[in-house]
Design a protein around this ligand. Sequence first.
Ligand SMILES: NC(=O)c1ccc[n+]([C@@H]2O[C@H](COP(=O)([O-])OP(=O)(O)OC[C@H]3O[C@@H](n4cnc5c(N)ncnc54)[C@H](OP(=O)(O)O)[C@@H]3O)[C@@H](O)[C@H]2O)c1
Length: 323
Amino acid sequence: MKAVRLLEYGGQLVVNEVPTPTIARDEILVKVKSTAVNHLDLVKASGKARQILPIDLPWIPGHEFSGVVEQIGSGIAGYAISDAVFGANETGGGYAEYLAVKPAAIVKKPSYLSFEKAASVPVAAQTAWQGIFTHGHLEKGQTILIHGGAGAVGAYAVQLASHAGATVIATASAVDEAYLNSIGASRVIDYQKARFEDVLREKVDVVFDLIGGDIQKRSFLVLKEGGHLVSAVQPVSQEEAAKHRVSGAMMRLEPSADVLGRIARLLEEGTIRPDVATVYALQDAAQAWKDITGNLPGVHGMSPAPGAERRMSHGKIVLRVDA
Ligand SMILES: NC(=O)c1ccc[n+]([C@@H]2O[C@H](COP(=O)([O-])OP(=O)(O)OC[C@H]3O[C@@H](n4cnc5c(N)ncnc54)[C@H](OP(=O)(O)O)[C@@H]3O)[C@@H](O)[C@H]2O)c1
């Protein structure tokens, strides 16, 4: 099969012919239609976080994907050949024509959703869900502040929190205000013009931090006692959390068929919507990686590539594997 691989830490992506995976009795072989690009791919490939995010080289990136069921392990029920599915896994492998997955990593794809859009959902939407509900314990009637609300994860967090009946405040660039209002934010704070802690009139129940650094530190100032600071980008100081009488946690996505199934239902009923910024062919993955290095807030040890343009449109970069 055709696959895009990384042969060494910090190396270039190359297109190779590699053996198609064989499946165990508890696995499904998915013929991949689309996959999406995540910061995580680049962080792992750089080797800078290899102590906590190791990869086996050569490595096929791609933590989320959509496709059709090609083969089913003998121990699996509930799927049929040709079922359209989408999902996420922790080890990658989506930048290839075939991928072997456990059924817990996938759910059936909403029929109205294209394979390209479906591939853009699992990582960002599940991160948002687990960040605000599993770790942030957000409830109806509460207020949440989402840092980086216009990004891929942030936009799902805004939509999910708003649907759950919370008041949503997001920090973002001014240019994203109308977009964020249209998906459920009641207030947008332009992070380039104002310090959120200076302009917020009331304290919030939950902060979801998708930026890190100083933004995270200053977030303690706006949390109610008993509130929750959840970061998807860097550890939260337990000392500061105790001082402010709040909880603080860094989360890491744990792909879950249960959570993705709930997300699929919200997509199906049109409650949340996916956004795709750009679609590339699989063999152009290296160019897609150049694009995303323009938008790397809070990614440990990484900075935009020299000359990289900041991406101004919303949504994810998708790779079309099988047109
Ligand atoms: N822990 C996990 O399991 C997990 C899972 C998924 C993602 N993540 C991490 O979550 C982070 C966000 O991912 P993403 O895919 O949503 O990123 P993204 O799509 O690139 O979005 C980043 C957003 O942050 C905005 N931004 C930049 N600086 C800001 C600031 N100081 N204040 C407010 N907004 C700011 C950007 O807006 P402008 O372009 O206008 O500046 C952009 O809209 C990344 O660091 C990623 O690695 C973690």
